[in-house]
Design a protein around this ligand. Structure first.
Ligand code: PXG
Length: 289
């Protein structure tokens, strides 16, 4: 297999030579933003939406991305081509750049634009048939007034703390509640439940990332004639749901069959989840996406 090449500021480096400064504030403080995207058959799924979210994340932390949206789009496509990848995961990162020791972003220069394309498999294939078992983490999602979960920043420790709790309980994902005790999202995925035929998911103001897969799945459900509501959910709602699934660029649509050792619905993948998994696979492979 040929060597992966990584884009850094307009140059390509073999992956073991793709390096940035240890003085980069992305490393020192998690000061930077990123996107995780997927390409299917050589096309990046909802590239423009990812680039807009990246720009919004950057704007929120007063980080000026040195490339325009068009230039970023070209760079992403070029990196895929260069690596001969048709179906791939793409990590687009913008760091604050190297600076002095000390938090002050004003004492940095040269934000680094990094594009890594590679394969990803978050969950074993059989879990898409069997469903995930998850737990609720005691770590709550970041308070939006402290660090907005809408910013996809390089500081993922909030999510990693919850992920660790999941791992320690033998689970590959963990559900995070917000400061009000409501269901927010999982560590790297949005959450949906199905109840009496309706599709329900927490609203953005529950303090979640506005997932691009989440938006796509809501559209698919509406197109399939399913009522979709963004509404406050409690753990109780999840426990008594007929179906539950998670969405994310890397995970796509993955069923959940157990939460906190309570079986959800029948304990196998339900009909609405199955339909949306199929529709999602069709959507990402359709020509106009
Ligand atoms: N919520 C959070 C907190 C995320 O990080 C999503 C939802 C789903 O959003 P999209 O736009 O992808 O539908 C994400 C994104 C990982 C990993 O290794 C996961 C994400 C990002 C980076 C790494 O699990 N998920």
């Amino acid at each position: 297999m040929s060597q992966i090449e990584v884009f850094i500021n307009g140059h390509y480096y073999p992956k073991e030579d793709a390096k940035i400064s240890v003085y980069d504030h992305g490393l020192l403080y998690g000061d930077g933003v990123f996107e995780g995207m997927r390409a299917y058959s050589g096309r990046v799924f909802r590239l423009q939406e990812h680039l807009i979210r990246l720009e919004e994340s950057a704007a929120a932390i007063l980080l000026t991305i040195p490339l325009s949206r068009e230039e970023l789009a070209e760079a992403v496509k070029d990196t895929l081509k260069r690596n001969n990848l048709q179906d791939a995961y793409i990590r687009l990162i913008v760091t604050r750049g190297a600076g002095s020791l000390g938090l002050d972003p004003a004492r940095t220069s040269n934000p680094q634009v990094i594009i890594i394309t590679d394969h990803i498999e978050l969950y074993p294939r059989e879990l898409y048939e069997q469903g995930l078992k998850i737990i609720t983490a005691s770590t709550i999602r970041n308070h939006p007034a402290a660090l907005s979960p809408r910013i996809k920043s390089l500081n993922y420790l909030n999510n990693i703390m919850a992920k660790l709790e999941g791992r320690q309980a033998g689970c590959m994902e963990a559900l995070m509640l917000n400061v009000r005790g409501e269901v927010a999202e999982c560590t790297g995925d949005n959450i949906f439940i199905v109840r009496r035929g309706q599709l329900l998911t927490p609203p953005i103001d529950a303090g979640i990332l506005e997932g691009i897969t989440r938006n796509a799945v809501m559209e698919l459900a509406r197109n399939a004639g399913v009522t979709v509501r963004e509404t406050t959910l409690t753990r109780h709602d999840v426990y008594v749901a007929d179906e539950c699934f998670l969405t994310g660029s890397a995970a796509e649509v993955i069923p959940v069959v157990e939460v906190d050792q309570r079986t959800i619905g029948t304990g196998s993948v339900g009909p609405v989840t199955r339909r949306l998994m199929q529709d999602f696979h069709q959507l990402v492979r359709s020509s106009n996406e």
